[in-house]
Design a binder for this molecule. Structure first.
Ligand SMILES: [Zn+2]
Length: 136
């Protein structure tokens, strides 16, 4: 089994982003750590983050390292109170602070050996989603 096959088999697991919630101060911690970085408590419970959230901030890298798209766009999104940093692989031209994004398994770049690799990434959710009942 190649690593790509393994990745797809485990895609649900990768996309079901696991975080920790501090039982003392209520902060959501991602990626998981042994202790809460806000209050130091080790009384943490595992929580699954929602796949959709809003962009807090982002940056555009016009001179990325070799193997990454030009430009490479990286955003920090609020997913259920956790701050998740990931590459924006779809809809980057519509990206603004506050934009709705969804976690997808994205092809983020190539290793120096030329292998493509995939990671949880972000896709900008278009305003024209059918469930909002827009008539224009
Ligand atoms: Zn805490």
């Amino acid at each position: 089994m190649t690593s790509v096959q393994r990745l797809w088999r485990r895609a649900r697991e990768y996309l079901g982003l696991k975080a920790l919630k501090c039982r003392r101060c209520g902060e959501v911690i991602y990626p998981p750590k042994r202790a809460c970085p806000y209050c130091g408590s080790r009384d943490l419970e595992e929580v699954a983050l929602p796949r959709r959230g809003k962009v807090i901030t982002y940056t555009v890298i016009n001179v990325p390292i070799e193997g990454f798209p030009k430009p490479t766009v990286i955003a920090v999104a609020d997913l259920g109170g956790a701050k998740v940093m990931a590459q924006v692989v779809e809809g980057a031209e519509e990206l603004v602070e506050g934009a709705e994004v969804e976690v997808v398994l994205g092809k983020v770049g190539r290793t120096v050996e030329g292998l493509e690799y995939y990671m949880p990434a972000l896709r900008v959710v278009s305003d024209k989603s059918p469930d909002e009942g827009d008539t224009d």
